[in-house]
Design a binder for this molecule. Structure first.
Ligand SMILES: Cc1cc2nc3c(=O)[nH]c(=O)nc-3n(C[C@H](O)[C@H](O)[C@H](O)COP(=O)(O)O)c2cc1C
Length: 401
């Protein structure tokens, strides 16, 4: 059902519309969070606690927002964070990749995504592929080589997940696969959301909830929960394992999920190209501090050796400016683009990227700069006690492998 005016002016408005449009189980899966929801909230609120220090005269007429991440050019320091966007929109990650390509930004593709890496790279050649430590080494190599062959320009390895599932506000029931029986069961949640359903009906498809990038050679794509089960049963990696993966890949390599200074230093030791200060969007161990609080000490410790990115809580361009001022090279966004995708497909993701760009441009203008590279802590009011340093001491032997 077409919306009369699908354009939205803020990410908050996109989220409100997504809530009205999506069946509750899909909306709830994107809302996510864990336990009390303290981290997911702090990720967003902490950006609001930081103040700007704008200049009154000396604004620059020309402003350059572009940069590079792991050697790849991007029109602004905002990347698409990898998410498994099962069932949000029939075009899924391909729509997101097209939007990112149209706006000149890098696409992060999850190995738990609903679309194959080959289709996503065809839509946006500037794609980084994300992997978890899941399955045996041969399976991981096979997935990695498939992504390399597809032409991805970098690998993101996410290692912070610890299978924390409970939410005080309840988790939606997500079926393993969608067949006639589950459709009947889901009908009360889906039928009041005809706009969402209609999109799938138009394409003649129903969300199949499989993860094609986890497909073994010659076998079918596993279901989301099938792949999740394999991951849960995989012994967690040591630093030596991560080093092995890094060496096997050889190219640009980002470690996602760092919150501690000692971990950031270990990541440098194993030769990562970049790291993302991340708590998985507050979906993991609840009460982990907001990533923007953790960023300054990590950027100070390793920012001259590797590229430091941040994800978690970014909802506007001003948030991007704040993260850059505190030492990030770029940020990744998750829910912000998912709300856009839910509301208006590819155009909705473009709408979100435009919101990010214009908000960042306003901040750079008001702060009197001509480039995002000029942003610094001097541009901000940082309230007392805002910064948090985790793992700031020497790496104890006990913590080594
Ligand atoms: C629904 C959902 C699915 C996600 N799936 C993945 C994933 O498959 N791989 C990954 O590295 N991170 C995943 N994430 C985490 C995001 O990449 C990112 O770290 C997080 O969303 C950033 O926080 P934000 O949503 O506040 O921007 C997911 C997040 C959400 C909300």
């Amino acid at each position: 059902m077409p919306l009369r005016n699908p354009w939205f002016e803020t990410v908050a408005e996109a989220q409100r519309r997504a809530k009205r449009r999506l069946p509750y189980m899909v909306y709830g899966a994107l809302l996510a969070g864990s336990e009390r929801g303290r981290t997911v909230k702090d990720n967003m609120d902490a950006f609001g606690d930081l103040g700007f220090a704008p200049r009154v005269v000396g604004h620059r007429a020309e402003r350059d927002l572009s940069t590079t991440v792991m050697g790849v050019q991007t029109s602004m320091p905002v990347l698409i964070s990898p998410t498994g966007v099962q069932a949000v929109h029939p075009d899924g990650e391909v729509a997101v990749a097209r939007a990112a390509a149209n706006r000149g930004v890098i696409m992060g593709l999850s190995s738990f995504a609903s679309k194959p890496v080959e289709e996503v790279v065809a839509a946006n050649p500037d794609t980084f592929f994300q992997m978890y430590w899941s399955g045996d080494r041969d399976a991981m190599l096979q997935r990695m080589e498939r992504a390399r062959k597809a032409g991805v320009k970098g690998l993101i390895v996410t290692l912070d997940w610890s299978f924390s599932h409970g939410r005080d506000w309840g988790s939606p029931t997500i079926p393993d696969k969608i067949d006639f029986k589950t459709m009947v069961k889901m009908a009360p949640g889906v039928l009041p959301r005809p706009g969402w359903l209609w999109r799938f009906v138009k394409t003649g498809r129903i969300p199949d909830l499989t993860v094609p990038n986890m497909r073994p050679p010659g076998g079918p794509a596993p279901t989301f929960f099938g792949a999740y089960g394999e991951w849960m049963q995989t012994p967690p990696p040591t630093w030596d394992d991560v080093k092995w993966l890094r060496e096997e890949w050889g190219g640009p390599f980002m470690l996602k999920g760092v919150t501690r200074v000692d971990d950031a230093k270990r990541a440098v030791d194993i030769g990562v190209t970049a790291l993302s200060v991340s708590n998985h969007g507050g979906n993991n161990l609840d009460t982990t501090p907001a990533t923007i609080r953790l960023l300054p000490s990590i950027a100070e410790a390793v920012g001259d050796q590797v590229e430091v990115l941040l994800d978690g809580g970014v909802r506007r361009g001003g948030d991007v400016a704040k993260a850059l001022a505190l030492g990030a090279r770029a940020v990744l966004i998750g829910r912000a683009y998912l709300w856009g995708l839910a509301v208006n497909g590819q155009a909705g993701v473009e709408n979100v990227l435009d919101i990010m760009r214009s908000g960042l441009d306003s901040a750079v203008l008001g702060l009197g700069h001509s480039s995002v590279h000029e942003l610094s802590p001097d541009d901000l009011y940082v309230p007392p006690g805002f910064r948090v340093t985790l793992g700031g001491g020497a790496v104890a032997d006990a913590q080594a492998d």
